[in-house]
Design a binder for this molecule. Structure first.
Ligand code: C2E
Ligand code: MG
Ligand code: MG
Length: 716
């Protein structure tokens, strides 16, 4: 209970700013002072008691001597009883307890007090006897009285003795006074010393309190805590070490914070630091109304660079891109500022800019303009794009990347960081959709586009479950015989309200939102069921299906394909899986394993859009591939374009040498077909032979090509 009370007092004092050590030290000093004062008072009382006793003795002696003189005088001329009246008076006046006068000659003793007297013949007081015997003044100090015996001399001979006994009654007042005085001294002493000592102790321990308070503030996360080393000695040393410690702590936290806000690859501001910078800029734009713009830059084709050359090269490319952006900004007169300190510098610098990596291949630039935001932003965006046009030389590899740039202007396109970023991002998407390698300003209609995209994404999720994804079939024709030799199954979405949607309208969305695997599986299931159906009807015709880079080389794909082949009873060699170069090269070792595994059941592999990737050909050719599908772009320009002509010839020569077949995509004219046949391409595919059609129409094409096969038997 007492402890909790003391704790409560300590807490109460602490709330008023007193530290525990201070309070305890002051309490200790106070207790010591009190003990000291008590001892002092006791000593004072004892000594004053001694003084009072001495005083009583002296007074009593003086009285006794005076009575002895009077008695000697009286006894020399008369008898003892003559003294009776005088003795009573003396006892009364002197406030004496008792007076005894002994006459040696007569042997009588007169004893008197303040009221009466009596005459005795005995004389047996030991003190009086001793005085009588040795002729000296004798003292006796009893508990409550003092006795003094003084010999009576008459003509130099001892005639008798006077004994006076005084009580200390009248000394009580004196004692009280002494006690009171001691108390007053004690109180004054304490009243002056206690506060003085408290202040001194408080001052002495102030650095400890300061240090304690400083540690508390540091624990709360405040690091700007000044600690003054006011005193020397240990406390000063402690304060100095503490100061050094906080400085070091601050420095290491600073480093940590810098790392937490720095992109480890490029050393630029990272996403969080950018967000703060944009927030500052948006705030400043709201206040000063000066034109500013935010650029959201996404590299075009970076993913492919990563896939083909590996992540290390990808990282080096990002660093090189960052350095180019920095030098463009500097050369145009902008000063790069740290987004964390942006608000302080914004006003002092004429052309502040911030640059950071938002993540992946996305960069963000924020700048303040002098006058016309749109015109100046357009000029800067054009300069940023042109700086990327120059190829990068990364460890001897020549790499070309473009970028799509979205621009949001402040304050028109948003008043806060997240809105501005979103809008610049949206504008960047718009630039991508418009064909990449360009810039686009944000407009409010883009928000609607985003909403439409979100709706489409939700509809696509539902579509997969509702079996709205269908496969259309595009014939592939043997260029020598002119006969259909296979079909490529291409995804179509039978949208309940928008009608038939083409892959371009949903495949990229499916790839971005992680639904492509489900679409690929749905198309593959339909295509294999169709192949099985046609086979039962008499035509064994292979089907080619596309597989997205996202799900190619997933181990589960192997089991899925194997299960489907088994389920529909289709031999593996009726299935051809088309993958793009970049999908195959993303992880060549794994791709080789997946391909080899599936090839055991006869499945064939084609490299789709061959010639458009940046593949390391040597590595690509190590894969167990069966077919090169020459990209439509070469076929389109084959007439009159010597380069395309030469390229196709090279691809065919290579394929022939390796025992692979070639498929030319996108044949639209008879001339193209003839030219490609002459160049030795084995198979043609394109609108010239037929567009992608539903299964029922594809079947009619088969019947036209294979009339003999109707009702025929399964053959491989
Ligand atoms: P792809 O695999 O290269 O398919 C060939 C595309 O070229 C098809 O477009 C086809 O209609 C078109 N094409 C073929 N010949 C001609 C021609 O002579 N002229 C013109 N103008 N176009 C021609 P489609 O069906 O729109 O498919 C586009 C792309 O979508 C495909 O290119 C493929 O990459 C992707 N895709 C289609 N279905 C699937 C699928 O089930 N899964 C995956 N992952 N991707 C698919
Ligand atoms: Mg294809
Ligand atoms: Mg293709």
């Amino acid at each position: 209970m007492r402890r909790s009370l003391s704790q409560r007092i300590l807490r109460w004092l602490a709330r008023r700013g007193a530290g525990r050590i201070q309070v305890r030290a002051v309490a200790l000093v106070a207790v010591s002072l009190v003990v000291f004062v008590v001892v002092m008072v006791a000593a004072d009382l004892m000594s004053s008691r001694r003084i009072i006793e001495r005083e009583l003795e002296q007074q009593t002696e003086a009285t006794a001597r005076m009575i002895a003189v009077i008695a000697g005088d009286k006894l020399s001329t008369g008898v003892l009883t003559d003294m009776a009246r005088t003795t009573i008076s003396l006892a009364r006046i002197g406030n004496l307890a008792r007076i005894e006068i002994h006459d040696r000659r007569s042997g009588a003793t007169l004893e008197a007090d303040a009221g009466r007297f009596l005459l005795r013949s005995q004389f047996n007081n030991p003190l009086a006897r001793a005085a009588l015997a040795n002729g000296q003044v004798m003292f006796h100090n009893a508990q409550d009285h003092v006795e003094v015996a003084v010999p009576i001399f008459v003509q130099d001979a001892i005639r008798g003795v006077v004994l006076v006994a005084s009580t200390d009654d009248f000394q009580i007042q004196k004692r009280r006074e002494a006690i009171l005085r001691s108390l007053v001294i004690a109180i004054v002493f304490l009243a002056v010393l206690l506060p003085l000592m408290s202040v001194l102790v408080g001052r002495l321990l102030a650095p400890v309190r300061e240090l304690t308070e400083a540690t508390r503030r540091i624990a709360r996360g405040e690091l700007d805590v000044p600690v003054r080393a006011r005193s020397g000695g240990e406390l000063g040393e402690l304060a100095a070490s503490f100061h050094r410690m906080t400085k070091r702590l601050k420095a290491s936290i600073e480093v940590e914070r810098r790392l937490a806000y720095t992109d480890p690859v490029t050393g630029l501001a990272n996403r969080e630091r950018l967000r703060r910078g944009v927030e500052n800029a948006a705030e400043a734009a709201r206040i000063d109304g000066r034109p500013r713009a935010l650029f959201f830059i996404d590299l075009d084709g970076f993913k492919r660079v990563n896939d083909v050359f590996g992540h290390e090269t990808g990282d080096k490319l990002l660093i090189a891109v960052a350095r180019r952006f920095e030098s463009v900004l500097r050369e145009q007169g902008w000063v790069l500022i740290d987004p964390m300190t942006a608000p302080l510098l914004q006003d002092r610098i004429d052309r502040p800019a911030l640059l950071g990596r938002h993540g992946g291949d996305e960069f963000v630039i924020g700048v303040r303009f002098r006058s016309d935001a749109r015109a100046e932003a357009a000029a800067l965006a054009a300069r940023l794009l042109s700086t990327l046009r120059e190829p990068f030389d990364i460890d001897g590899q020549i790499i070309v990347v473009g970028a799509s740039v979205g621009i949001a202007c402040m304050p028109d396109d948003g008043g806060d960081a997240s809105t501005l970023m979103r809008h610049a991002d949206l504008a960047m998407y718009q630039a991508k959709e418009a064909g990449r390698n360009r810039y686009c300003f944000f407009s409010s209609e883009m928000s609607q586009k985003l909403i439409d995209r979100l709706v489409l994404e939700m509809e696509l999720r539902r579509a997969i479950g509702n079996d709205e994804i269908d496969a259309f079939y595009m014939p592939q024709v043997d260029l020598k015989t002119g006969r259909i030799c296979a079909f490529e199954a291409l995804a179509r979405w039978r949208h309940p309200t928008k009608g038939l949607l083409q892959p371009a309208q949903f495949i990229p969305l499916a790839e971005e939102s992680g639904m492509i695997a489900d679409i690929d599986k749905a198309v593959m299931r339909k295509a294999l069921r169709q192949a099985s159906d046609w086979a039962w009807k008499g035509t064994t015709i292979p089907v080619a299906v596309n597989m997205s880079p996202e799900d190619f080389a997933r181990p589960e794909m192997i089991t899925f394909v194997a299960r489907l082949l088994k389920e529909y009873g289709v031999p593996g060699n009726l299935l051809e899986i088309e993958v793009t170069e970049s999908a195959a090269m993303r992880d060549p070792d794994r791709a080789a394993r997946v391909m080899s595994e599936l090839k055991r059941s006869g499945v064939r592999f084609a490299i789709d859009d061959f010639g458009t990737g940046y593949s390391n050909l040597g590595q690509l050719l190590k894969l167990p591939v069966d077919v090169f599908k020459i990209d439509r772009s070469f076929v389109k320009s084959i007439e009159g374009n010597g380069e395309a002509h030469h390229l196709v010839r090279t691809i065919v020569g290579l394929a022939d040498q390796m025992g692979l077949s070639t498929v030319a995509e996108g044949i639209e004219t008879e001339e193209q077909a003839e030219l490609l046949t002459r160049l030795g391409v084995h198979i043609g595919q394109g609108y010239f032979y037929g567009q992608p059609v539903p299964a029922s129409e594809a079947e009619k094409l088969i019947e036209r090509h294979y009339p003999h096969a109707a009702g025929g038997s399964w053959m491989v």
